[in-house]
Design a protein around this ligand. Sequence first.
Ligand code: ACM
Length: 512
Amino acid sequence: MRIPLTALLAAALPLTVASSAAPARSAPTPAAPALDSVIPAPVQVRPHGPAFRLTARTVIEAPHSARAVADRLAEALRTTTGYRLPVVGHAPARTPAITLETGARLGAEAYELSAGRSGVTIRSGDNAGLFNGVQTLRQLVPLRAPFVVAGGEITDRPRFAYRGAMLDLARHFHTPAEVKRYIDEISQFKVNHLHLHLSDDQGWRIQIDSWPRLTTVGGAPGTGVDGESGGYLTKAGYRDLVRYAAARHVTIVPEIDLPGHVNAAQVAYPELTCDGVAPPPRTDTEVGYSSLCIGKEVTYRFVEDVIRELAAMTPGPLIHIGGDEAHATTEADYVAFQQRVLPLVAKYGKKAYGWNEITQAPASHTAVAQNWSDKTSNPALAAAVAAGTKVVMSPSNLTYLDMKYDPSTRLGLTWAGYIEVRKAYDWDPGTHVTGVPESAVLGIEAPLWSETLRNLDDIEFMAFPRLAALAELGWSPARDWESFRARLGAYGPRWTARGVDFYPSPQIDWAG
Ligand code: ACM
């Protein structure tokens, strides 16, 4: 129940007056967030000893090599506390400090955090681990003074190396500024990959120099669902996004969807159809009607040019080549296409990543398959795994952030079912599909398709809080709904403070 502000003020006023004259009963100090209140839940938490109090005297101490991580931390804590929090190489003696230390013998992305009276120390073997520790610390600093961090230690490391989110820029284009805000938010939950779905039937959203009409036509105003979108990433804009993401330890994974979902490319280049006739532009949400012409050589010149240019502007190891819903391609043609195209990704120094349909082609055995099927038994996927394919888990009925929460959700679709927060949380990516053991699971990814999503508020409303649930499945070794539910409820005011338009699920008791 909310207490009216006027009643709170009336109650507080006598205390305020009394405190100016003499020490009076002070308002109760809000407790520091407990060390085990963090999302995703850390591996091990040992609360003990005195707390650390962040004040205007606190400095952030970091070696030169970790300066960027320290600057991110300073930026975040200045917003919360209003303190100056200078970043220094060495803190003067007896100065309260948040210290970042590298060189610890911990695994990739792992960190240790200890908090006591004189300061907080985060140790790691790599800057990714320091960044993860910083995200933990951000959740341990209260939103309001006094800025007290509970005493004790946290030891933490990821369960899976790949923890991803996907954003569809094709159905509705989302600007670089919006994508950056999304990166800001997902990286706070230790999500370390952002997959960008850059082409589909309705639009093409990444500049390719050797095929310029892809974007001048496929990214023109009026492209996208309902013809109300338009726009594309220039190469400079894409590289800027890659850099921005890297500074937050997020790897960008670009996707060009092939051999289906190509209507926009065929509108721009009619030679990519079998009859050479341009199809009409599409602004509806049908799927499965378009296909590249598998028997034409120009198809492979096109695909190789796109992969080469994408690989050249993508420092990350993965290039996603789509492969889903190729219902207008025969099965034999589909396999023939993938047998030629999957090796092209390796030719340009990258690892191929594709929707789980790619496992029909033997060349997928060195690739990563993104399992979007809602089935817990998938013999084709299990056979590919036995032959070496690695898997990212994205079952549509559990991880698709564009599915409605319930029948009253204004945005989103329903074809994979409703996904309330508990449903997104209560499953195990390591045992979900028969024949896909945890050792074959690279991680988990939460796709957000944009047929109904026009702006950042729409993205936030569908992604949060479910993305936090999925991030915990990717990071934490165990899951506990009641614990997660309590931590999520306590997290709500942090989204509110940052202006994030999250869905206030009735399954959660929201604080604030
Ligand atoms: C998909 O949802 N078509 C991968």
